[in-house]
Write a protein that binds this ligand. Structure first.
Ligand SMILES: Cc1cc2nc3c(=O)[nH]c(=O)nc-3n(C[C@H](O)[C@H](O)[C@H](O)COP(=O)(O)OP(=O)(O)OC[C@H]3O[C@@H](n4cnc5c(N)ncnc54)[C@H](O)[C@@H]3O)c2cc1C
Length: 422
């Protein structure tokens, strides 16, 4: 059934970080919208995620920082070690690095619930509709009609809007309709096991530490909730990465097995962290292939466009997935503010973000921050070093992270200088 009149001005498909921040941003500028998600109920799923200062700036403008402070951790620094426990590099993060905005390390579910609660409070309970899986859209001249099925595959009434935004994640139905020949996401040859478990704080108590290198096992560890048991323990998140010839299912909730990756890490001894102990007591462990997709030439067809992982899924090597989705949302809202809900606004959004996010996707393949680990691994021949300065200088290491910050849009001076997006 197609309604003759519009049901909503902007129809957002997907209640992840991208979709929810777009809803909050549209409310801020007085544009009516509604969010539809496939799941019957939105629950706090996932494990750890990082929000870097360029994203937190946007969340601050939406008044969300106090709620994030209640659930997450203000990150103080980022460290890099080789697999023999030797320190390579540490740099300050968030406010400690001179940003006027913090970096947050937190549980993805906590993040999503902060955003969802704000949407329900500010836009009303009926602004987020669950149990609606988008199947396809019909494009009109200045409208778009969305077709949905319910949890049991039943047809649901279609919904008509001035603009539809597909923020429906890496398996986006809208992207599939626009690019039917694209196929599966592209497997990097690397698989990720992740999980979280109570552990005592290490180093600064708010550090993101990266260790090892892909070919010999890479590990990233960071706390995502403080004092979870009244005894000072934190919920510690880990992401273990190993080469694996074939990808597993692209299912964010798929369970992995300890024995498939533990042997690589069983002898890792760090004076600040019991790696084998942490891995052994984590339950559940989730598995996900490291995938992305090639950048697209355009995200916009008629009155429908893509946003977030639907538009530019990227390797999770620079803590930028949620951040780039949030930037998309704010830039799209800014275009609507300037041009109204029009073709012109969609065009401006498309040309700006397709190019900018394409650079981040490519940078995440070649030289994300963990390229620091690659340099030391290769130059040391994967052996303990006597003196780090004999193989790499501090300036070289700093240049890797600074280049990444510039491309991803969070180099400190660049971020302080840039104007508000909405
Ligand atoms: C279940 C889940 C767990 C995750 N866990 C982690 C994690 O632990 N760490 C991490 O760094 N990243 C995780 N991610 C990815 C991370 O959330 C994103 O990379 C990032 O936040 C960008 O968000 P997004 O809004 O573009 O997409 P997503 O966060 O993927 O949100 C997409 C939303 O669209 C909905 N959707 C999908 N298809 C349809 C459809 N056809 N119709 C309607 N709705 C649809 C999904 O239910 C989901 O709510 C997870 C994503 C998901 C969906």
């Amino acid at each position: 059934m197609t309604h003759a009149t519009k049901d909503t001005e902007v129809l957002i498909v997907g209640a992840g970080a991208g979709g929810l921040i777009l809803a909050l941003s549209l409310k801020e500028i007085g544009i009516q919208c509604r969010v539809y998600d496939a799941v019957p109920e939105l629950t706090a799923v996932g494990v750890g995620i990082n929000l870097l200062p360029h994203a937190v700036r946007e969340l601050d403008e939406l008044g969300l920082v106090p709620a994030l402070d209640e659930v997450g951790i203000r990150t103080k620094d980022a460290s890099y070690y080789n697999r023999f426990g030797q320190h390579i590099f540490t740099e300050p993060a968030g406010e400690a690095a001179g940003y006027p905005w913090p970096q947050f390390s937190l549980h993805r579910g906590d993040m999503q619930m902060v955003f969802l609660n704000a949407v329900r409070e500010r836009l009303g309970e009926d602004s987020v509709v669950t149990g609606h899986r988008l199947t396809h859209v019909d494009l009109g001249d200045d409208t778009v009609t969305a077709h949905f099925i319910g949890p049991n595959g039943e047809d649901l009434p279609s919904v008509r809007a001035s603009v539809l935004v597909g923020a429906d994640g890496i398996k986006s139905a809208l992207r599939k309709q626009f690019y039917p020949d694209e196929g599966d996401p592209l497997y990097s040859g690397l698989t990720i096991w992740r999980g979280a478990t109570p552990m005592p704080p290490f180093l600064s108590g708010a550090n993101t530490v990266r260790m090892g290198w892909m070919s010999v096992g890479k590990l990233m560890v960071y706390p995502i909730r403080n004092n979870i048991d009244g005894q000072g323990n934190q919920l510690m998140n880990f992401v273990a990465t190993l080469e694996r010839p074939r990808p597993d299912l692209y299912d964010w909730n798929a369970k992995g097995r300890l024995e498939d990756f533990f042997p690589t890490f069983k002898d890792w001894h760090f004076d600040f962290l019991d790696v084998p102990g942490m891995l052994q007591k984590t339950d559940p462990i989730l598995i996900y292939p490291m995938v992305d997709r090639d950048p697209l030439p355009t995200w916009t067809f008629g009155r429908a466009t893509l946003l977030g992982d639907a538009a530019h899924p990227m390797y999770p090597r620079g803590s930028n997935g949620a951040g780039q989705a949030i930037l998309d949302a704010r830039i799209l809202a800014g275009s609507f503010k300037r041009h109204g809900v029009t073709d012109e606004a969609l065009h401006e959004y498309d040309v700006t973000r397709v190019e900018a996010t394409g650079k981040v996707v490519r940078m995440n393949r070649a030289n994300p921050p963990d390229a620091i680990l690659r340099e030391v691994h290769e130059r040391s021949g994967d052996k303990p070093f006597e003196r780090l300065s004999d193989i790499v200088s501090d300036e070289e290491l700093r240049a890797i992270t600074e280049r990444y910050k510039t491309v991803a849009g969070f180099q400190v001076d660049q971020l302080k200088r840039r104007r508000s997006l909405v």
